[in-house]
Design a protein around this ligand. Structure first.
Ligand code: SF4
Length: 379
């Protein structure tokens, strides 16, 4: 859900109200108010004036919120689809996929009735295909167990495949206006800075942030407030060089008031990158190639790819290389071509297919790149 781009709606001009400068673009006081944050005074970090944060942020959101294709309604289906797509993927990239996916599967019933391969094909290019499989499984569960209606509480939503604590709270607050707190990359950063929370965040380090979020979320307009937190993190309270001078909650921000913005949030050390070498085998007979469907527990489960070996055979000639990254793994894949005299018997999950039909298969990202190599001019 991280968004790299910075976009600020509206012009910044000022007018006077009750003796204080007010941002005309935001409609909220630009300065004034007391610094907050328990961390500055010892003990667990707190947000000293949650009511002021709520008031200022909601006023700012009404004027400056992002115009996104999944916003504006109270149907949980588009909220859910967008939230699943936004996991690990930037907002600008998700927009087009979301519109096409909703055109193909406009309701939870339509998604539930679709074949898994059709869902995976629609997802192709978005990556992290486990999300698509779980989306599909959850749609079927909603239809089978809930009569096609989304459960209307966080705990029951978390009982659906692929819906964790954040996603359940996002659906509940945005589509149902249930006062459920959220923590994701943008809101985590905003909340940590507002509270002056200097401890590392991420994983178990997010628990204090969840507790702080619970103190902030209003009883009414919870969805608008949660989206305002995320929008502020995406557009103003950015990871690097946040626009504190334009921030509607600067007066409530402990990190700003204590000069620690650049140091908050502190992130836990990332996992070291693991390098892996492998060989992709293109077994080719005439216009046929052997493909293999990824099995349970494998990366890209359910998608097609070319068989892999940890090392090639003596005499293999390398016809290309594909480098790709999966989580903290960096994979260097040599592509070799073998030409059996006749198509061998396909193992379980393998199939001989025409090269021309590869375009219609739901394939892994590296598999697609290898398929282009295969379909190109013969070497
Ligand atoms: Fe973020 Fe700066 Fe606003 Fe604090 S004042 S919430 S650091 S943009």
């Amino acid at each position: 859900m991280q968004e790299a781009s910075v976009r600020v709606a509206g012009k910044r001009t000022t007018r006077r109200t009750a003796g204080r400068p007010v941002s005309a673009a935001r409609g909220v006081p630009a300065t004034g108010g007391a610094a907050t944050g328990g961390a500055a005074t010892g003990g667990a970090a707190t947000i000293a004036d949650p009511a002021a944060v709520r008031r200022r942020l909601l006023a700012w959101y009404a004027l400056a919120r992002r115009d996104l294709p999944w916003r504006g309604g109270t149907d949980p289906y588009p909220v859910w689809v967008s939230e699943i797509m936004l996991q690990q993927t930037q907002v600008d990239r998700v927009k087009g996929f979301f519109v096409r996916f909703m055109a193909r599967f406009p309701t939870v019933g339509a998604l539930a009735a679709a074949r898994e391969q059709a869902v995976l094909k629609q997802w192709e290019g978005l990556g992290y295909y486990r999300r698509a499989r779980q989306l599909h499984a959850a749609a079927r569960k909603i239809v089978a167990d809930h009569g096609g209606e989304f459960p209307r509480n966080v705990a029951a939503l978390m009982g659906l495949p692929g819906i964790g604590r954040y996603t359940a709270a996002a659906i509940a607050s945005i589509a149902m206006d249930i006062p459920a707190p959220i923590v994701e990359a943008n809101s985590r950063r905003v909340i940590a800075r507002l509270a002056g929370h200097a401890e590392p965040v991420g994983g178990a380090g997010d628990e204090p942030i969840w507790a702080l979020a619970a103190t902030l979320v209003p009883r009414k307009r919870a969805g608008a407030f949660n989206q305002a937190l995320m929008d502020l993190g995406a557009m103003v309270c950015t990871p690097d060089r946040p626009l504190c001078q334009r921030c509607p909650v600067a007066a409530c921000c402990a990190a700003k008031q204590t000069g620690r913005v650049a140091r908050i949030p502190a992130m836990a050390a990332p996992r070291a990158t693991q390098r892996i070498r492998e060989t992709a085998v293109v077994a080719r007979h005439g216009d046929l190639v052997l493909v293999e469907r990824r099995g349970p527990g494998e990366w890209w489960e359910g998608l097609w790819d070319f068989p892999r070996e940890s090392a090639g055979r003596r005499g293999d000639s390398v016809v290309g290389r594909v480098a790709y990254t999966v989580t903290h793994h960096r994979i260097d894949c040599a592509v070799v071509e073998r030409n059996p005299r006749r198509p061998s018997r396909a193992a379980p999950r393998q199939r001989w297919v025409k090269i021309a039909s590869l375009a219609g298969l739901a394939m892994t990202a590296p598999g697609r790149r290898i398929a282009r190599l295969v379909a190109g001019p013969r070497r």
